[in-house]
Design a protein around this ligand. Structure first.
Ligand code: MLC
Ligand code: AMP
Length: 506
């Protein structure tokens, strides 16, 4: 029987000589392919020794480290479901994810063990381990006693491999269920489309709790047996220093903006680079052009999302990488643009982007109604992005029908933040809008209406939010005003607010 376990294919791509370096870290550690094989086997054996039911979720909120990546791979290897959580999430956010996903295992940093374990035990989780970014923690202590031999769990294409929470437009996060088949098909398509080849070296500078850093980057390197230069966090100076040793770099637009501010970024530094890839948020044409002038390289922009992994890409070869577009639908992905009345739109017409393909997720965790709402009768997923396709097939994203702010590559759902603000004493109503920002692309600005007779302090409100929400969700500015602009139906006109505040940061 064929094993559809994604790890089986990644493992099969390891080079024959397992002693070669697979990962080089920014604190001068080298991990060989053999190290990765043994460490994933030991951790997979540990997970399996816990006697977890099939389909158990392994929820993980830890700092970036090679061991955290090993935990991801070990979860695949053992046949369980990986649930990565942004390190910025605070207790109320974690409580929701753990309560909703009911993980059998929770892994957290030792500094957070007190509060995270309390939440986990309350939700019925039996196993809480710690994992720190200095190769310590109870998870590694326990795995050290496990065998380094492990037969990869046999999985079907549709078996779940990961759940990625993406915030919902109503403020409740939804867990996108991705199968082994979803991720394997996408990884294989990208390996071919982006021309991965022997000798490639990837600089991994992204966080590993979202699609970009966890799947696109890690799968991309591993499925090609390519070495990674592993940076624990994005540091533009260090990236520029490491560029000559690398052939591939991936980043959200903010990373490119910050790299351009480095005087050392020039053609010489990029002499060995084969490909610069950008995505997760719109890449400004100014950044695209400036990058070309400074480095001689044309950034390849692609488009994807948690529910679908990668959907489109500008060409690696055989065509122009056109700035301002996200390129073509990837092989196997059917992408169309639909109008408000459900009619398919012709080239150049703007409408909702819908997709179908082996990469499209299985649905939202325990939300069958939400899942049904997001698919058309003929099986296309409604991305919530608005765009157009030109005669040549290039896709341009022009906006979003979902009320979403993408800040530095992280998603901020206004409904969630507004909910917190509206719950504060003295607040009658609020609106959060995204405005342009030179570093993060877009940031949230809050506009708040007090209850009659109440005086609100914007600074205090922001401070109160900081104690409850992940830092990237905190509005960068907060205004207290007497009324919100409304249309004749009484609906708040967020476009008017965006217009009013569009020059706040630029
Ligand atoms: C940090 N801050 C942000 C922010 N990141 N504010 C808004 N948006 C962000 N993205 C704020 C913090 O709140 C803090 O504010 C201050 O900046 C310093 O925090 P930091 O953690 O030290 O910041 P830094 O390390 O500079 O992080 C910036 C960054 C990071 C750009 C490196 O945001 C990042 O790694 N972004 C990548 C996100 C990503 O991987 N997205 C992929 C999603 S997958 P204060 O006030 O508290 O000091 C996806 C699908 C697809 O979308 O297609 O790929
Ligand atoms: P996430 O839910 O974090 O996976 O974010 C997915 C969203 O990011 C998509 O629905 C798009 O709105 C946005 N996105 C991803 N890549 C791009 C891109 N290249 N250009 C514009 N938006 C993008």
């Amino acid at each position: 029987m064929k094993n559809h376990n994604l790890f089986a294919t990644l493992r099969a791509a390891f080079p024959a000589s397992l002693d070669e370096v697979a990962i080089e870290t920014d604190n001068s550690l080298n991990y060989s392919w053999r190290d990765l094989d043994r460490a994933t086997a030991m951790m997979a054996n540990l997970l399996q020794s816990l006697g977890l039911p099939a389909g158990s979720r392994i929820a993980v909120q830890v700092e970036k480290s090679v061991e955290a990546m090993v935990l991801y791979l070990a979860t695949l290897r053992a046949g369980y479901v990986f649930l990565p959580l942004n390190t910025a999430y605070q207790s109320a956010e974690i409580e929701y994810f753990i309560g909703n996903a009911e993980p059998a295992v929770v892994v957290c940093s030792s500094k957070n063990f007190g509060w995270v374990s309390k939440i986990a035990f309350k939700a019925g989780t039996q196993n809480v381990f710690t994992l720190d970014d200095d190769r310590s923690g109870s998870l590694l202590d326990r795995a050290a006693h496990c065998s380094d031999q492990h037969a990869v769990a046999v999985m079907q294409e549709d078996d779940l491999a990961a759940i990625l929470y993406t915030s919902g437009t109503t403020g409740r996060s939804k867990g996108a269920m991705l199968s082994h088949g979803n991720m394997l098909s996408n990884a294989l398509v990208l390996k071919d489309y982006w021309g991965w080849k022997k000798g490639d070296v990837l600089i991994h500078a992204l966080p590993i709790f979202h699609v970009h850093g966890l799947f696109v980057a890690i799968h991309g390197a591993l499925i090609n047996g390519s070495k990674m230069i592993w940076l624990s966090k994005f540091d533009p100076k260090l990236v520029v220093k490491k560029l000559p040793e690398a052939t591939v770099f991936m980043g959200v637009p903010t990373l490119y903006v910050r790299l351009l501010a480095e005087p050392g970024l020039n053609r010489e530094a990029c002499r060995n680079i084969r490909l610069f890839i950008a995505g997760s948020a719109p890449l400004l044409i100014e950044t695209f052009n400036e990058w070309q002038q400074r480095t001689g390289h044309t950034i390849l922009e692609r488009y994807g999302m948690s529910e679908t992994a990668m959907l489109t890409s500008n060409p690696y070869q055989g065509g122009e990488r056109q700035g301002g577009t996200v390129g073509f639908a990837l092989p196997g992905v059917s992408l169309r643009v639909q109008g408000d009345d459900g009619q398919l739109l012709a080239a150049g017409e703007i409408g909702g982007i819908q997709v179908k393909g082996p990469n499209v997720f299985k649905g939202y965790w325990r939300m069958p109604e939400k899942t049904a709402e997001e698919f058309t009768a003929d099986g296309y997923f409604k991305t919530g992005d608005v765009g157009k396709i030109d005669e040549r097939g290039y896709i341009t994203i022009v906006g979003r029908s979902k009320d979403l702010i993408i800040s530095g590559g992280y998603n901020v759902y206004p409904a969630e933040i507004e909910g917190y603000i509206n719950d504060m004493p003295g607040v009658a109503e609020s609106a959060l809008v995204g405005v342009p920002h030179p570093d993060f692309g877009e940031v949230g600005v809050a506009v708040v209406i007090p209850k009659p007779g109440v005086t609100l302090d914007a600074g205090q409100m922001v401070a109160a939010l900081k104690s409850k929400l992940a830092n990237f969700k905190i509005p960068k500015q907060c205004f207290v005003v007497s009324e919100l602009p409304r249309n004749t139906m009484g609906k708040v006109q967020k476009n008017v607010l965006r217009e009013q505040h569009k020059r706040l940061f630029i």
